[in-house]
Design a protein around this ligand. Structure first.
Ligand code: SF4
Length: 348
């Protein structure tokens, strides 16, 4: 796919994941229909104990899911938890590729996702066949994939990374080797600039992060001139913001390009009252719990991942009650994907 660094907001219409089979199942379930939120929470806790399950939640999940989870984190932290847990059952409150990664890392455990239609617009931009074709076109290059890819795609690549360790992983690629980076072009652009490596980009993007534009940064900075700016490297404004930083148009001491895990660390110590948050808005629930004394302003209030939000308490309860939906990755894809994932974990 040729490089074409433009963003068309109409290219990815917002996905519809409201009417999924799991949504219909909980709506038609007579027991679930009469449970209050408190009763659901109590039953989830009881079932979790009974089944010896661990509940993992991504930072972008809705507040009640984050609150009931045993662990909340970014993709890398959740992978580490999935690999380390002794629990025989993992209920993964995140999107499907994350549950696949957990299943690959813990093949002896059962991994459930409350709604398997929780997908990812970024992961959907590349298929295993497209990766094989890209490799045929560049046989001497090393392929690095962001973790937001299917297991079938991970099976075709050399290294995996998350936004929190992408630069370390790229630096671990032998010097002199050119890199094919997929699927997020904005993260790839940031990696080019920060590592200085020769990186060819796949032109994929996340519809949530790509929609966060330079004009959003300018507007929020004008409204909150003393605030710190926390930007996820998937954001569509990240390359322009790096240029603005170099030109002195953005304050060096108050502009931070961070993974969601990096944002959590930042707010634990930052004394400035206001942070502008450039990522999915679910992150703000987590940041408020970390440091409730600060004010968090989203760069865009509509930066909402519909896929993450399709995981709800009724679906989590049904998942634990009925042991649905199991996520399995078959061989040989699991073993081949594991090589790339292990390299991601080694560079954590
Ligand atoms: S926020 Fe974007 S990258 Fe993250 S899961 Fe949703 S669609 Fe995928």
């Amino acid at each position: 796919m040729a490089e074409e660094l433009t963003f068309d907001p109409g290219r990815h219409p917002r996905p519809t994941v409201v009417d999924t089979p799991a949504t219909r199942a909980v709506a038609a379930d007579p027991e679930i229909a009469r449970l209050s939120q408190d009763e659901l929470i109590s039953r989830i806790r009881d079932l979790k104990r009974k089944r010896e399950a661990v509940i993992l939640s991504h930072n972008y999940e809705i507040g009640p899911i984050q609150d009931i989870a045993d662990f909340v984190g970014d993709s890398l932290q959740l992978s580490q938890q999935a690999a380390a847990t002794d629990a025989p059952l993992i209920v993964f409150c995140g999107v499907h590729f994350m549950a696949e990664t957990a299943a690959i890392l813990s093949p002896e455990k059962k991994v459930l996702i409350p709604d398997p239609m929780a997908g990812c617009s970024l992961a959907d931009t590349v298929t295993a066949e497209q990766v094989r074709k890209w490799r045929r076109e560049h046989p001497d290059h090393v392929i690095v994939a962001y973790v937001n890819t299917s297991a079938a795609v991970k099976a075709e690549v050399d290294y995996c990374c998350t936004s929190s360790n992408a630069a370390q992983v790229v630096r671990a690629v032998p010097e002199g080797k050119e890199i094919l980076f997929l699927p997020d072009m904005f993260l790839g652009l940031w990696l080019r600039a920060t590592t200085g490596r020769k990186i060819h980009l796949w032109m994929g993007e996340c519809h949530v992060h790509a929609g966060i534009r330079p004009e959003d940064v300018r507007a929020r900075m004008d409204e909150h001139p003393a605030a710190h700016l926390l930007l996820h490297p998937e954001c569509g404004c990240v390359s322009q913001c790096m240029t603005a930083l170099a030109d002195g148009e953005l304050p060096k001491d108050r502009t931070h390009i961070l993974s969601t895990g990096g944002m959590v660390k930042h707010v634990r110590t930052c004394k400035e009252r206001t942070d502008l948050i450039g990522t999915e808005v679910g992150m703000i629930h987590r940041l408020r719990k970390e440091n409730p004394d600060k004010e968090y302003v989203p760069l865009r209030a509509d930066a909402i991942c519909e896929y993450m939000k399709t995981i709800t308490l009724p679906k989590l309860y049904r998942s634990l009650r009925d042991m649905v939906y199991e996520v399995r990755v078959e061989e040989p894809i699991a073993s081949r994907a594991r090589r790339a994932i292990d390299r991601m974990m080694e560079n954590a």
